[in-house]
Design a protein around this ligand. Structure first.
Ligand code: HEM
Length: 493
């Protein structure tokens, strides 16, 4: 199924993609790859402690890049478990990072979160689609199934999102009236969970009080035990974080009873989509349910749970008048419309640019990996480096998205960066979805299947809030609304 069909009933007018200008690569000097893995055991341990403890991920990559005067270099990446090879080639500029999108060069088997791959027991024994390379025929079947899920969900995606968002906002208004602030931590996750279950799986969490109350917490725990060994947490003091959280893989039995409950919920309440996966995409029932749960819990719920808080707080903490500009645009577009839909959102250039800029400054999935299928040459902006077959490339997006060769004033949040013709040209360098923003995900690549849904949902969030309220503010420290100012007719836009 072509992905272009997928969105057609959801988005009638998509922004016209800028064709990626494939400029002839000038011949670059080939240099020996800088960087070192250090001594066995000692090198990986030192890098691990730098990454989690002494430097943190951003300084870890920045400091090495500065020391080697290169955006491409060899280093170790944690975790350092027995049996995990921590050696990677870091790619930290837009040019070298984009090698990761070339699936003739890059094998994506089992590298979703790096050299460490959580046990398939976390996913009911199924090796789910996200861990499969494009050469595996099962990958395209599962990805096409995912496109189909999105296509079907498009019938209710907007209404379910707005319904759950409005419920959140109503509660937040009451909280602010009574206590001056409204934490978003739990309500936002509930909103995301409910809307995704209904739209993607066709399953209403309300039918099961336990899933309705705790479903999102079950997913949080399930996600945490898979990715904890790769994450800097910072809530427990060192060296305890190293000893307790980063020294061994967590066993799946810690979350297996929750997983079983979620599995049964999808099996029963999502039986229509499970049957679709069996009948149309040749998946076994358990493979179908495990893949649905992964897309729902890891990709969709996990992704939105990271991205939407960053979006809301970036806009809600702004002191430069951004909300006034956004509100003016939203109200202008909505002046002759009765409801907010994807067509309306397409007209909101400033809202969309703001969403893109938040994705640039805070890429929700910061690390991307891929293994060299054979020896090849990776190009930074200045030099070429030989990569050997089997080496693991590791792109750290927060630095790649601040590549000074591509982005002017890269460390500054510029919400209108992606407006106008120049802004459209820049979209080819926005990589949050594991692909270019100007590309369309297909069954033959590894780009996020829901790339366009994510951007439009985020735009809807901003538009709905600023259409409903004259202003809102977020707490400077916590994920909380501190102000929601009801719409008055007197506001001049
Ligand atoms: C803010 C939300 C989201 C973010 C930030 C996000 C990000 C990403 C990224 C970075 C990847 C590539 C991972 C890699 O291979 O390195 C990916 C893959 C994927 N995403 Fe998303 N995603 C989001 C939401 C969603 C949603 C809502 C869905 C589906 C309903 C989805 C479905 C997928 C699938 C199926 C893949 C695997 C593609 C493949 O194996 O070819 N994502 N996503």
């Amino acid at each position: 199924m072509g992905h272009s069909n997928l969105l057609s009933n959801l988005i009638e007018t998509m922004p016209i993609p800028v064709s990626c200008s494939v400029t002839a690569t000038p011949t670059l000097p080939t240099k020996p790859m800088p960087g070192t893995y250090g001594l066995p055991l000692v090198g990986p341990l030192k890098d691990r402690l730098d990454y989690f403890w002494f430097q943190g991920p951003e300084t870890f990559f920045k400091a090495r890049s500065a020391a080697y005067k290169s955006t491409v270099f060899r280093t170790n990446i944690p975790p350092t478990f027995f049996g995990v090879n921590p050696r990677v080639v870091a790619v930290l500029d837009c040019s070298s990072f984009s090698s990761l999108f070339d699936n003739t060069l890059i094998d994506k088997s089992d590298v979703l979160i790096g050299p460490y791959c959580p046990s398939p027991n976390f996913t009911g024994g199924t090796r789910v689609g996200v861990y499969l390379d494009t050469t595996d025929p099962k990958h395209s079947r599962i990805k096409n199934f995912c496109f189909d899920l999105l296509k079907r969900s498009s019938r209710v995606w907007i209404s379910e999102f707005l319904l759950n968002l409005d419920a959140l906002l109503t509660t937040a208004e009451a909280d602010i009236a009574s206590s001056g602030s409204s934490s978003l931590l739990v309500p936002l996750q509930k909103c995301i969970f409910n809307f995704l279950c209904k739209s993607l799986v066709g399953a209403d969490p309300k039918v099961s009080p336990e899933i309705a109350e705790n479903g999102f917490i079950m997913l949080d725990k399930w996600l945490a035990f898979q990715i904890l060994p790769t994450q800097k947490i910072g809530v427990i003091p060192q060296p305890f974080e190293e000893l307790l959280l980063h020294s061994f893989p967590f066993p799946s039995f810690l979350v297996s009873s929750d997983y079983k409950k979620l599995y049964e919920f999808v099996e029963k309440e999502g039986r229509e989509v499970v049957k679709l996966a069996e009948d149309e995409y040749g998946l076994t029932k358990s493979d179908a349910i495990n893949n649905i749960l992964f897309v729902l819990g890891f990709n969709a719920f996990g992704g939105f749970s990271v991205f939407l808080p960053a979006l809301i707080t970036t806009v809600g903490r702004d002191k430069s008048g951004l909300r006034d500009r956004l509100r003016a645009e939203v109200r202008k577009v909505m002046a002759d419309k009765t409801e907010l839909d994807f067509k309306a959102v397409v007209e909101m250039e400033m809202v969309r640019s703001t969403v893109y800029e938040v994705l640039r400054m805070n890429p929700p999935v910061p690390l991307q990996y891929g293994r060299a299928r054979s020896d090849f040459v990776v190009n930074s902006h200045e030099s070429s480096y030989k990569v050997e077959k089997g080496e693991l490339l590791c792109g750290y997006q927060p630095l790649v998205m601040r590549d000074p060769v591509v982005f002017d004033d890269p460390d500054t949040f510029m919400p209108d960066r992606f407006t106008g013709a120049k802004g459209k040209e820049l979209l080819q360098y926005l990589f949050w979805s594991n692909g270019r923003e100007t590309a369309t995900p297909t069954a033959g690549d590894k780009q996020c299947a829901a790339k366009d849904f994510v951007v439009f949902t985020a735009c809807m969030l901003v538009a709905q809030i600023l259409n409903k309220y004259d202003d809102f503010e977020c707490d400077d420290g916590n994920l909380a609304f501190s102000k929601l100012e009801k719409k008055t007719e007197s506001v001049i836009v």
